[in-house]
Design a protein around this ligand. Structure first.
Ligand SMILES: NC(=O)C1=CN([C@@H]2O[C@H](COP(=O)(O)OP(=O)(O)OC[C@H]3O[C@@H](n4cnc5c(N)ncnc54)[C@H](OP(=O)(O)O)[C@@H]3O)[C@@H](O)[C@H]2O)C=CC1
Ligand SMILES: CC(C)CCC[C@@H](C)[C@H]1CC[C@H]2C3=C(CC[C@]12C)[C@@]1(C)CCC(=O)C[C@@H]1CC3
Length: 345
């Protein structure tokens, strides 16, 4: 009878390993002595100790090649959240994740760590110190979040002691750091267009922004604590910097750090939200004729004008999580990493 060779626990795969979070995760795993297989639709770098497998995660055969001899899989691939392509989110985040689960089970993978999002419980209204037992959003803020909810459910439901397949979901919020392609670049682009003069609402709303290295730390701790009978099995965990900050203070610190003025003038939240909604309707109506990409979408206005910060007490208790980098240090390091986005450069 053929015996199955138990894959090495230091061999893992990162699906989405060419992306912002994925690459930081891969770099840390290599530092910790893991050998890593990256599976991604694109290859964006080369690194000793890392093998690249280019492919679409909806393709099970391609996944099976990358998952050979792998015991641990991190799944952090997703289409960009600001894409408007509902069919793409459905195909990659839902159908693709189903395929990832099947491929993991067929390849004999023991642990799957999903990058979910704290936004799975956000409906555009205030969340203060939200815990993981909040219900999933009934009206998610966009298609991206709608499919992140379905994806998280699929992964957590697949956790099975009988099959020897253990799953956990990490829910980060507002990831930022060096090489982030969205938060800082969008902010600077808006400032360069003169659109960052206004504070939406009274500016007191607290939110979580989480440094990418802390998010990586949470993922690796989750993987290392995920064992049969551990409390992590089939559960979701918020990973944040544990230092909620006023949304507009965070934006101002990044902008001022890069040489731009901080927003100063207040606008009522409902007015801006209403205008953003009208603009969005207009873009939908005009879509057959022209493509418009407004800076202030209803989703961004909701994120900019409400409280949304989360408790990471469960991660502290079950996996000993503690942020490694403080928010101030993280902002300083992030600002320093974007010399090309400084005013005047
Ligand atoms: N950034 C944030 O603030 C937050 C992110 N998250 C989650 O974290 C994860 C990582 O996000 P982030 O690093 O910011 O995103 P990125 O877009 O930087 O990384 C995602 C990677 O997945 C790749 N990818 C997309 N579709 C496929 C596919 N069909 N098959 C294989 N690879 C694919 C992307 O390629 P390509 O670029 O070509 O599309 C990209 O390389 C995502 O799951 C996201 O939902 C959660 C909370 C907050
Ligand atoms: C133009 C300005 C009013 C705002 C610019 C900053 C925004 C680009 C970011 C502020 C909060 C961020 C955020 C995400 C993306 C970038 C921001 C909107 C996510 C939507 C990314 C994907 C997630 O899973 C949730 C994030 C919430 C916070």
């Amino acid at each position: 009878m053929a015996t199955r060779v138990r894959p090495s626990s230091k061999r893992c795969a990162v699906i989405g390993g060419s992306g912002f979070l994925g690459r930081h995760l891969v770099e840390r795993l290599v530092d910790k002595g893991y050998s890593v297989a990256v599976f991604d639709i694109r290859q964006s770098y080369e690194l000793p100790g890392v093998t690249f497998h280019q492919g679409d995660l909806c393709d099970k055969q391609a996944l099976l090649t990358a998952l050979k001899d792998v015991s641990l899989v991190f799944h952090c691939a997703s289409p960009a959240p600001f894409s408007d392509d509902r069919a793409l989110f459905q195909r990659v985040n839902v159908e693709g994740t189903r395929t990832v689960i099947q491929a993991c089970q067929e390849a004999g993978v023991q642990k799957l760590v999903l990058t979910s999002s704290a936004s799975v419980v956000f409906e555009g209204t205030d969340i203060k110190n939200g815990k993981e037992d909040l219900p999933y959003a009934k009206k998610p803020i966009d298609y991206y979040t709608e499919t992140k909810i379905q994806q998280e459910k699929l992964v957590l439901e697949a956790c099975s002691k009988e099959k020897g397949f253990f799953t956990v979901a990490i829910r980060p919020h507002g990831i930022f750091g060096p090489r982030d392609p969205q938060l800082v670049p969008i902010l600077v682009d808006s400032a360069r267009q003169g659109k960052m003069k206004f504070i939406i609402g009274d500016g007191s709303n607290l939110v979580d922004f989480t440094f990418v290295e802390n998010v990586v730390h949470g993922h690796i701790l989750a993987a290392e604590h995920l064992k049969p009978d551990s409390p992590l099995c089939g559960k979701a965990y918020h990973i944040t910097n544990d230092e909620p900050i006023r949304f507009w203070d965070f934006m101002s610190q990044v902008l001022v750090g890069l040489g731009y003025d901080a927003p100063r003038y207040h606008l009522p939240y409902t007015l801006v939200y209403g205008i953003a909604l009208l603009l969005w309707l207009l873009t939908v109506l005009l879509r057959p004729l022209v493509t418009i990409k407004p800076t202030f979408t209803p989703m961004r206005v909701a994120l900019a004008g409400t409280y949304h910060y989360y408790s990471c007490a469960r991660a502290k208790q079950d996996m000993g999580y503690k942020p490694l980098v403080s928010l101030q240090e993280a902002i300083t390091r992030t600002v320093a990493s974007y010399p090309h986005l400084r005013k005047g450069s």
